[in-house]
Design a protein. Sequence first.
Length: 439
Amino acid sequence: MKRIFVYRDEIFHNQDPIFYILSYIKQHSNIKFTTELFDLSLSNIINVENSYLFFSIRTINEYILFEDIIYYLRQKFKTLNLKIVLGGVTIRFLDYKQILEYYPEVSHIVVGSGEEITIKILSEDVSEGVHEITKGIIKNYTLDLEYYDYIDTPLLYFDNNRCINSCKFCERYNIILHKRNSVEQIFNEIEKMYIKKYRVFYIFDNILNQRKFVRLLEYCLRAKMYNVRFIITGGYCGIDYEKIYKPIAKEWKKATRNDMPIHTIAVGLEIYSQDALNLYGKKITTEQIDNTLKVFNELNINYLFYILHGLPGVSEKSFFEHKRWIEENSKNINSVKVNYFQLSSLTYIYKHLDQFKIRLLGKKKISEMMNKKPRNDIDTEFYYYELFDEESNKYLTMDELIKKYDQINYYCHLKEKKRGQSFKKMPFKWKRLCKSSKS
Ligand code: SF4
């Protein structure tokens, strides 16, 4: 019997992805193991053969936490028999070879989807070191009942094989994730969680198949699960929301007197300029953006638009077109989140610096992306750079660029503030938000 140790902290760093991986191992292998939770006191960690510590780095702060865990392990044990397996979405942006140099205790680093490779690691079927998963099939699976009480955000997947688009500023199109899950499978999972008092579900999909989502809503309606709420990432302007959503919106309202149970649907718009959208290969039109905005408002769907500022190659015409659209629509937009373009070596743009008129200034260290100081600073896959600005006819640094975008951000920040206020009504902790004993 193997023992797998998983970090658990009631406040911030719950290791939800690990519980999904462990569910997969249970459902698709004969490996026998126990799951044991630990915190920074390390009181129940047993340093013996056949034991593993799994840790997922999803944020830079979790890198710091990982360092702390290793330091405390060093203090507690002279040598480690326990194997340490590291993964998580953020790991691909960190120099994992440097992580291994500073932390030789780490036996395996998994970059990419960890389901299949983890079975091999536990079967001792692969060597120690870095495993980058670039292809492969992941079988369907659901969260195992054993872990229902440990997760904060129940994740549901429809068609998350990979994003079918390949926007030039994005690195996500390289990632291969789940195989398809049918609506029935997803609904079965919701039903089981509903009994366990989960009410809010997070649907993660690169490009959400909205027709499937509508069928899922129909299932919920028939089952009278009127108090479910969905938080959706993967909204896409390139679809006809009006045609797909209007019938179910009517039905839902008739049955419940409420609008559709969408807590939030997050949609990536990036920039409102057809020339710029074409330049980056974002397969949407400004007309589709306008339609999406109109339908979401009409149907009272709570949405969050993601906007990407500071992209290279944006002409003056595009910049002002985008600015005008934000100004004119700031009253209609439900909520908006502004991100700044980060140049990572995993993007198309990085491989075509001359085309986008970018000059590299050096790699960013992890310490430069956070407030806390790490114990060991490492390189990231992000770069400092300056890019050519048509208006001023010179290269601008990020700081100068941010100042230029301030004239637009004014309108966006108003929206962000508003969103923050409306979210105040919600309990802060995801766990409490997702799992309500009242209803
Ligand atoms: S920005 Fe969105 S649509 Fe474009 S490649 Fe990335 S995930 Fe896909």
